[in-house]
Design a protein around this ligand. Structure first.
Ligand code: BDP
Length: 707
């Protein structure tokens, strides 16, 4: 590779990549509309807004931006309503501005105008305006009133204090605890800029498998230094709270949430946090899940635990995000049903500052899952969405998998809980049940890698999460199109092919990893690569094994979740429940999630189930090959370094797609006893070979787990 790559694009700028608009007509229009910036900067947030404009506009327009003067033709006025000339008040009154929203428009007499109630709305409006320029939208697109559809738009970092990241594939944690609070890495500001550009307004900085150490005073001062950088960008810090911290940190003999000393300890701790971090957001809590401590340890309920913390936070306006990812190895019930069993009966018992954070699916962020059956089961509780942006189960940082289609599939799903149109999105945005609070969380894929997210396309998933948290009605295509234009190029020839690659990438992963509703076929522990043979003896408990989920035998394959099986279908509302229950009507892409199906059953394609499985695994591999061919044709429109990096990673993906296909088909063949049709590529190695593959030091888990 030529040495020029040493100084070439490296992805650091993310989508905030401001390059000269290469459309001459648009360039002329915007140059004349945005000659001057009129802004009275009286807050840190407005300073951030002005700095962004002063960074971006000269680069985008190739002309210096001057500051000052009056609003009018040729000028961009940016400000809060209370700063704006009286003539603008009427504009804003018509627009009915939301607290976090903004109004952006262009008039002949007043020039370009960006108005908001609060500083943060101005900043969001600035990023919106820049996006319009970056994506080459015409000048008359400056005519928008915007407001977020969910209130809390949050990243969840699973960062350990030693800077490793649970399920992180892009280096180490951005939070450099050792040097904080005296040195704050400038990346923190760029991180905040990127988030604010999407409207992300909260970040939980620590692993859900929490360490109580973060609650020590020393760390609180370090957090305060980060908070100072985040504050102008409207981002509030949350922490994960380890439920037994009163014992490990406080020296108490119990963490029972109904014990007055325990409650008092948390109150004191929360008061201390707010003294040091006055705009602290609150806690994210994983309790009684996968060995983490929690209220069940004392015979108390999740509501008892969440409410105790909520009471400590309430005086300061803090929130508890109680995670619904709960299941118990000692309970024989199907794991996908346990959250409903434990939590649905508590509907109505949570304090008003508790949000129940629910993963998109009932199992664990698989490449495809049905939506979580808690959506639609707890109308009196604020249910927030938890997506996993980091690709723990979709190829880590070596596979290109654009996740907006996955996010949208869940958000747009109809729960029917209040009749047709009761979509998951309407539960999450609070509109269906009339909740004032609402939220979406995404488990971050960000680390110290120069390009932030590892794979050059992985940043699209951070971007897509943020855009959907702001407005879940955007389409996956639109988001991809924006991101590609901002990150790479506006050239139509590039966009068409690159969009195709992105839009089919998630389905490709589903097909070469676990098609037709199969799930949890991963190699134990690190989840990198196939492990359909992993059994309870290997991982210590059945509900962490693959064989528990695929249930393959000589008759067929799949988990029977109908009334003759675990009955998980009963947790969905009619008519969806009946649709799933009936093997004839169950969508084939979820078939083996809900049904144990005979190998020789005819599928809609006319193929038997076994042949269909072979077809799907092969199509997944073929899709990756198509992605490679498409990408290879894009060398010209984009820079060499990023082109080559994606190209190399697609080669890895193709190899690993074959690994998945061959390992899974050989393994399932040992049950079906049927041949892989001759029309398809035959496995390169034996099943024993695939079973023998061992990977050590895979990123994303702590080394000690191999011990
Ligand atoms: C699983 C991850 C594990 C997380 C857990 C969670 O493998 O590392 O701790 O989710 O969400 O998928 O708590």
């Amino acid at each position: 590779m030529p040495l020029q790559t040493l100084s070439s694009e490296d992805g650091y700028e993310l989508w905030l990549r401001y390059r000269l608009m290469d459309d001459p007509i648009l360039l002329t229009d915007y140059r004349s509309a945005l000659q001057r910036l009129v802004m009275r900067v009286d807050s840190a947030t407005l300073e951030a807004a002005r700095d962004e404009l002063m960074l971006a506009l000269p680069q985008l327009l190739g002309q210096a931006a001057s500051l000052g003067g009056e609003a009018g033709p040729g000028a961009l006025f940016c400000g809060r309503l209370d700063q704006s000339p009286p003539a603008f008040a009427a504009l804003a009154a018509d627009a009915d501005l939301d607290d976090e929203g903004f109004l952006l428009l262009k008039t002949d007499e007043q020039g370009a105008v960006l108005l908001a109630r609060r500083d943060i709305g101005v900043l969001y409006g600035v990023f919106h305006l820049l996006r319009l320029l970056q994506t080459h939208q015409p000048l008359d697109s400056l005519n928008v009133t915007a407001a977020p559809r969910t209130r809390l738009r949050m990243l969840n970092h699973w960062d350990n204090i030693d800077r490793t990241i649970e399920r992180g594939y892009a280096g180490f944690s951005l939070w450099d605890w050792h040097k904080l609070p005296h040195y704050v890495d400038p990346r923190c500001r760029d991180y905040a800029r990127a988030n604010a550009s999407l409207g992300i307004n909260a970040a939980s900085l620590t692993n859900v498998n929490a360490s109580a150490l973060i609650l020590q005073e020393t760390y609180l001062h370090k957090l305060a230094a980060i908070a100072d950088v985040f504050r102008p960008y409207g981002i509030r810090i949350f922490l994960t709270a380890r439920f037994n911290a009163p014992m490990t940190l406080g020296g108490l003999t119990t963490a029972d949430p109904l014990n007055p000393q325990v409650a008092a300890w948390w109150r004191r701790k929360v008061d201390e946090i707010y003294t040091i971090l006055p705009d602290f957001g609150g806690f994210v809590v994983k309790a009684n899940s996968e060995g983490e401590p929690g209220p069940h340890d004392y015979g108390r309920s999740h509501a008892d635990g969440a409410n105790m913390l909520a009471d400590a936070l309430a005086a300061h306006g803090g929130l508890v995000h109680w995670r619904a990812f709960v299941y118990d190895p000692n309970v024989p019930q199907d794991r996908v049903m346990q959250a409903n069993s434990q939590l649905a009966p508590l509907d109505g018992q949570f304090r008003s500052n508790v949000l129940l954070q629910v993963k998109n699916g009932p199992l664990d962020y698989q490449p495809r899952e049905p939506f979580h059956s808690l959506f639609g089961a707890m109308p009196k509780t604020v249910l927030t969405m938890e997506f996993q942006i980091t690709q723990e189960y979709l190829g880590c940082a070596t596979h290109l998998a654009y996740l907006a289609p996955l996010f949208k599939e869940v958000l747009d799903a109809d729960t029917y809980c209040q009749g047709e149109g009761s979509t998951v999105a309407r539960i999450v945005d609070g509109s269906l049940d009339g909740h004032r609070l609402s939220g979406m969380a995404g488990v971050s894929n960000i680390g110290t890698d120069r390009n932030w997210c590892g794979h050059p396309f992985a940043a699209a998933n951070w971007y897509a999460f943020g855009r959907l948290a702001w407005d879940h009605t955007l389409s996956a295509e639109q988001i991809a199109d924006e991101w590609l234009r901002m990150t790479f190029s506006n050239q139509p020839a590039f966009l068409e092919k690159a969009l195709d690659i992105m839009m089919q990438s998630r389905e490709a992963v589903v097909e070469y990893m676990m098609p037709l509703g199969l799930h949890h076929l991963f190699e134990a522990d690190h989840h990198y690569g196939p492990g359909p043979w992993v059994d309870a003896a290997r991982v210590g408990r059945a509900d962490w094994s693959s064989v528990y989920y695929h249930q393959a035998d000589s008759e067929g394959i799949g988990f029977d979740r109908t009334r003759t099986g675990s009955s998980a279908v009963s947790l969905y509302h009619s008519p969806y429940r009946e649709l799933l229950e009936n093997v004839e009507t169950c969508p084939e892409n979820l078939l083996l999630w809900f049904h144990h199906v005979r190998w020789d059953r005819r599928m809609k394609s006319g193929r038997t189930l076994w042949d269909e499985l072979c077809f799907m695994y092969n199509r997944g591999v073929e899709r990756v090959r198509q992605m490679q061919t498409d990408w290879d044709s894009l060398a010209d429109p984009i820079d060499l370094a990023r082109f080559e990096q994606v190209r190399a990673l697609l080669r890895v993906q193709e190899r690993e797609a074959r690994w998945w296909r061959d390992a899974c088909l050989l393994y399932f063949q040992s049950f079906s006893g049927k041949p892989i049709p001759a029309a398809y590529e035959q496995p390169e190695h034996t099943l024993e070979y695939y079973r023998g593959i061992r990977h050590y030091y895979v990123p994303g888990i702590r080394e000690r787990r191999f011990g």
